[in-house]
Ligand binder design. Structure first.
Ligand code: BT5
Length: 327
């Protein structure tokens, strides 16, 4: 029976040389048959590697797929980051939020991050789904253990929205807008979504999971047909792909920076950074609250994340959840 090919060794041998390596040489060095080498190379191609094969010369590795790799993300983080102290990359999972929740229950340190190449049951808010195809986007969840009363936990949603906006700005120069409470938009199209979940007792938070999905390289035909809001990806906006590990590192570094500032200086700076990017500031909005339509001026967010809507009669209404439309 022929031995299995060690995938890492084969990739290393192909990557070690800029030119061709013959099938015979590979089979000798790996101690496997030439057919086994050929089969593994076909599998690499199916997984997104670009390998040139020329019968008289052998194989040459031209391009590698953009696979998530813990070491590459960690290498892009400044030293001393709390966020990203532990990074878990999975090829596939149901939902990274569920994985991070379980790890947090088992005692995972603050700053543990779970990323997946694809999600089979990616979650949006209120039981909605998050389209999570493989090889293209970012799906990640971060464990935080903030010393906050539970009613202030929504502040962390605003903090993550600011961090995602900063990462997009740094990577692309584009300026995303934030739509209350948790959407990031480019040109009015949804580019990222946030789903934060909490484990808490009456007066103290056990942990919070920040769930972040960013559409990096998704193609137009990969979006579900029945989206609530039109959507886009950075690749569609820029006309070029964005490297996932590099973007992940940028995002975690921005989160770390915002979280450190939040612990030092409280919610004020987050609220300020969020307001500068908000798509509705000072504009007239309508919000659907419990089946009723509330119309007024978007007047900012309160310390607990509530939306403040200024009414014509001078009253200010607080809205904890609902869908906002800019009029
Ligand atoms: C959200 O919900 O926007 C939160 C999305 C959070 C996803 C991350 S990925 C990592 C972590 N693990 C998880 O399981 N979830 C988090 P919501 O505001 O309810 O928006 C959901 C709606 O957006 C859906 O009903 C669709 O209409 C639309 N949608 C679904 N997938 C999308 C995508 N990839 N891009 C843009 N819009 C999408």
């Amino acid at each position: 029976m022929s031995r299995r090919v060690d995938q890492r060794d084969l990739l290393r041998l192909l990557g070690d040389t800029a030119g061709f390596v013959s099938g015979e040489q590979l089979s000798k060095q790996l101690g496997v048959s030439r057919t086994a080498v050929w089969k593994q190379i076909a599998a690499f191609k199916a997984a997104g590697y670009v390998v040139e094969s020329v019968p008289s010369q052998g194989y040459r590795l031209i391009g590698s797929p953009d696979l998530l790799a813990t070491e590459r993300i960690a290498a892009g983080l400044p030293s001393g980051c709390v966020i990203g102290q532990r990074i878990v990359c999975l090829p596939e999972t149901g939902s990274t939020n569920q994985d991070a929740f379980r790890l947090a229950e088992e005692g995972a340190v603050e700053g543990t991050v779970v990323l997946a190449d694809r999600q089979t049951a990616g979650k949006g808010r209120l039981g909605r789904q998050w389209a999570s195809p493989g090889g293209v986007n970012l799906y990640l969840s971060v464990v935080l253990r903030p010393e906050l009363p539970p009613y202030e936990a929504p502040q962390l949603t605003f903090l993550s929205a600011v961090a995602v906006a900063r990462a997009i700005e740094d990577e692309t120069g584009l300026k995303p807008a934030i739509k209350w409470p948790n959407d990031l938009l480019l040109g009015g199209h949804k580019i990222a979504g946030l789903l934060n979940e909490m484990n808490a007792e009456t007066d103290r938070i056990g942990f919070v999971i920040l769930g972040i999905g960013v559409n990096l390289n998704m193609a137009a035909d990969q979006f579900p047909a029945d989206l609530r809001t039109p959507a886009t990806s950075l690749k569609l906006a820029l006309g070029r792909p964005v490297e996932r590990n590099r973007f992940a590192a940028r995002l975690l570094a921005a989160l770390d920076d915002e979280y450190a500032r939040f612990r030092r200086a409280g919610f004020g700076p987050v609220r300020e950074a969020w307001s500068q990017r908000c798509n509705a500031y000072g504009r007239q909005v309508s919000v659907e609250v419990a089946g009723k339509l509330l119309v007024g001026d978007f007047s900012g967010i309160d310390h607990d994340g509530a939306l403040l809507v200024g009414r014509l009669d001078g009253r200010c209404e607080r809205v904890m959840s609902g869908d906002v439309t800019v009029l």
